[in-house]
Design a protein around this ligand. Sequence first.
Ligand SMILES: Cc1cc2nc3c(=O)[nH]c(=O)nc-3n(C[C@H](O)[C@H](O)[C@H](O)COP(=O)(O)OP(=O)(O)OC[C@H]3O[C@@H](n4cnc5c(N)ncnc54)[C@H](O)[C@@H]3O)c2cc1C
Length: 543
Amino acid sequence: MSISCDYLVVGSGVSGLSFALEASAHGDVVVVTKRSRDESNTKYAQGGIATVLAQSDSFASHVSDTMAAGAGLCHDVVVELCVREWPARIAMLREIGVRFTEVHTDEHNADLDLGREGGHSARRVAHASDMTGREVERALIEELGKKQSVRILEEHTAVDLISVSEFGDPDRCVGAYVLDNATGMVISIVARATVLATGGAGKVYLYTTNPDVATGDGVAMAYRAGAEVANMEFCQFHPTGLFHPKAKNFLISEALRGEGAVLRRIDGTPFMSSHHPMGDLAPRDVVSRAIDFEMKRTGAEHVLLDISHLPASFVRERFPNIHAECLRFGVDITSQSVPVVPVAHFMCGGVTTDLHGRTSLPGLWAIGECACTGLHGANRLASNSLLEGLVFGHRAAIKLASEIGELRSCPLPAVPDWVVGNAAPSDEAVVVTQNWAELRQLMWNYVGILRSDSRLSKALRRIAVIKAEIKEYYWRYLVNRDMLELRNITTVAELIVVSAASRKESRGVHGTIDYPNTDPALAFDTVLKRGVPPHLRGGRLRR
Ligand SMILES: Cc1cc2nc3c(=O)[nH]c(=O)nc-3n(C[C@H](O)[C@H](O)[C@H](O)COP(=O)(O)OP(=O)(O)OC[C@H]3O[C@@H](n4cnc5c(N)ncnc54)[C@H](O)[C@@H]3O)c2cc1C
């Protein structure tokens, strides 16, 4: 079976949905998403969206905070562009009905309530209570429901990109093979432009804030298809995931520290001021490493985050979701400290793009967390990512609007059907569960917050064994979502390790005991492409 369309969008988080919304004005759009339409990293974003709205704030200050966090690898053109475009994206969200939290300035008027987060030198984080992503996702889905030209296929998992090479031209992406999770059938979706909006890859690590869908599928598919990826060594660990045996992936937002929460050792003593001049509001990489250091030094399994000194009514009102969720696990944050540990949170690297979201593979675009646009550099500034997805969703849609006429003048190619061959239903699912657990554990132990050459080479050897088992399984059995996700996290794990091993310095969220200092001569992106050795580059991406 085959479907054709102007735009195939893989993923229904903030970037995929916002692209689909704009693109629906000039083409027919098919969105495939591997679970329900609202399941995504976006849905769990708590803190909010950083943008310059206050009189006392400035674009220059937001640019400088973003560049400082990015540790010398942010592309200044991209940072400048995003920071300046963000107020317009916030206005668009308000137009489609996103209900941000407001404060009343007088009886009749209200302004957006702006929160403060680590690494920001001003209050500039617009939020919808502590459920910002959920509110943004709700409004986008509602708005998209009004568009006749958009079709959303839930429970459909993109397996691989389809590329064709014609008349000696380089490969061009013309769509994707997509698995219908319910029937097990793989269909081909042929498109004039294919937009990856598949989000992050937190599931590559044992402990993460990311939901189950975050298995780096877009990066893995793009890499297999021959597109460039960059900066995969820069996985950001969030300093404060809830530490509880039954909590799967619950984040305690940085906004708590923005409002005055303090990190303490188990014995109650605060420690951040001895690690960084900004204390509890230091950038994320600094805080994660400080907690890791304190835990290793004292042998504790976690540290404590304490906001109990603030009025209980304020805490309940400002953080209703976090308050309720912690209560479920027996901690009342209005009167007790919360046990926290650093957890994998955000992938700063991804598929390289230009200023419009175009990748190095013609016909393929990438937006949101799966892309490497140059905004985050070696470390993302808190609350800068929802808007990156919105800006690049918008820019890709505008660019494609100007190209779609010409793209339609060429007929869509005939593509081969998915071949099942001799593959049979699996009676060896244990291979998937075993390798899934092993890979995530080894990434946690060997490729975590602080790395070393020896641990990285151990990780690479084990990944090679897992890869070989998956390859055999892939050809022998019919594909299903679990095995596709395992194949993808394994590819992403390998890209992370290869990138980390090739960076002989510590920078941003990449820290190694073998090269503890930052080397100014290495202020370049790590670029990977299938069949080409990893290399550092500042050229094409810096524009
Ligand atoms: C707990 C948490 C809190 C956060 N807080 C903030 C915050 O306060 N501010 C901020 O700016 N950022 C925050 N972030 C980061 C931010 O949420 C993400 O970077 C952003 O939402 C990514 O959006 P996206 O559209 O790129 O991807 P996502 O929202 O992750 O969406 C990806 C989509 O792709 C689909 N998909 C993936 N693979 C496939 C496939 N093979 N086939 C079909 N569909 C597929 C998924 O099902 C999903 O629908 C937070 C993240 C987490 C996890």
